[in-house]
Each structure stands twice: as C-alpha cells, then as structure tokens.
Write a protein that binds this ligand. Sequence first.
Ligand code: AMP
Length: 277
Amino acid sequence: MKVVSTINEIHAARRSFSGTVGLVPTMGYLHEGHLSLIRRARDECDHVVVSIFVNPTQFGPSEDLSKYPRDLDRDLKLIEPLGTDLVWMPTAEIMYPQGYQTWVEVEAMTRSLEGAHRPGHFKGVTTVVAKLFNGVQPHKAYFGQKDAQQAAVIRQMTRDLNFPLEIVVCPIVREPDGLAMSSRNVYLDPEQRKAATVLYRSLSAAKDAYDKGERDAEKLRQLMKDVVASEPLAQMQYVSCADYETLQELENVTGKSLLSMAVFIGKTRLIDNFVLE
Ligand code: AMP
C-alpha cells in the first residue's frame, strides 16, 4: 500500500494504474462505516484509493475542526488489510495553497437541512471533492448514505460538471443498538452515548407509522420531534421528511423520500436518516 500526499505524487500514482479505479474519500478516524465503502470499492474496482483529509473549508468557525479526532497510524492499519492500493493524505497547504481562490458551489439543494444550519459547509465539501476527483480521476467514487444530503449534492455536482465517473452510495452502518457509526461518536460520554440512540428510535417511530400507512409528512415530522423531546439529553436542531432527490420538504409522502434529522447530544451534533421507498 502506497501513501502519498502531494498533487504530483497522486497524479504519478494514478498514471501507474491500469484498469478501473475506485475512490473512497474520508476525513479519517475510520470506523466500520468507512471500511464498508472500501470493501465495496475493492469488490468493484481494479484499484482502490482512499483519501484522508480533514477538510478545513467545510467546517464553520464554531465547529469542531481543531478537535476533530485524528489517528493516522490506526487508520493505515485498518485500511491496509482491505487491499487498498493507495492512500492520499494531502495537507491543507497542498489543497489550498496561498492565493487559492476557486470554489465549486451547488445552489438550491444546499440551502436546506444541513446547509441551512452549516452555512458554507457544502461549498467546502463540493470544492474538496472536485479536487479529489481531479487528483485521483476515479471511475467510481464511494459515499455513505449516512450523509444523505452530501451524497445528493455530490451526485448533482457530478452531473452538472460532467465528471466522468459513477457515484456509488452505500448503506448506513450502525452499532448494535442502532446508533449510526460516526467519527464524532467518540465525543460522547457513557450517558450521552445511551441518549444518542434517540435518533434511531425517532426515525424508527416515523418509519413504523409510515409502514402502517401514515403518509402525512407533517405527522411523521411531529412523531420524530416527540421522540427527540422525550430524551432529556437531546436537543433537536431539525427533523425533515423530504423528497429523496430534491430534498424539498413534503406535505404527503408519495415517492421515494428521506426522513432525516440533526440532534445535539450535549455539544456533539449527530445526524441520521432513513429512506422511505
Ligand atoms: P467522513 O470521514 O465522516 O467524512 O465520512 C467519509 C465517508 O464515509 C462519507 O461518504 C460518509 O457518508 C461515509 N460514512 C460515515 N459514516 C458512515 C456510516 N455509519 N455508514 C456508512 N457510511 C458512512
């Protein structure tokens, strides 16, 4: 497994590959969710590239950039046995050298949900992902359904900018009690960790109602809010029942839809979602 950092190095490594290339972009501090993407890429592509970069431009001024968990040695030990060919770990100076001034921005669909509460977040995400695509020039890029809006925004960017690659979105990997795996779960103390299952419990309550025939989106949103409100350590930021593709809030659930939410457990902001088919 080769590890590179500069743009020249990633381009040279890319040129050495023949056959299909799969890219798995991550911010490191890897868990089973990330590893599931790498395994899928390994199954589907001749070469697998994992990028590890805590992208400063997608963090707001009051967010957790400086304390975002990092453990590169552990990450490399987890990645290697999966048959990863190449790890790209650029620095912020490599990605955003002095004088940097070019940004990629997806418009309408980044204004709701995560975008509404994290101004500038998706501009940072789409810019860095476009740069990762240019560096690695993959045939397929793998993202998690965990970040549902991010996956939708990247699909849109890929279409709009004609990146010649396929976006593969992989299912959410969860802890046995339903909590979606996240690098941020390490911030939770034991009591908060228990409370954090409220996202899964709340999404499950809405899904149960949907399975029993409820199609009124506001009723589904209210059900989710009620479950979150019943957890003393949880502070809801938003709940949503939206169209899967456009992310517009729905009145009635007719086609493929997304139940999603952001909840603070103490200072830790967690997100989760279910897809209604
Ligand atoms: P991150 O390192 O948090 O930027 O995540 C890198 C990629 O892993 C993103 O595409 C995430 O959506 C995906 N991912 C994170 N957590 C999970 C999870 N629990 N299940 C599946 N994919 C995940």
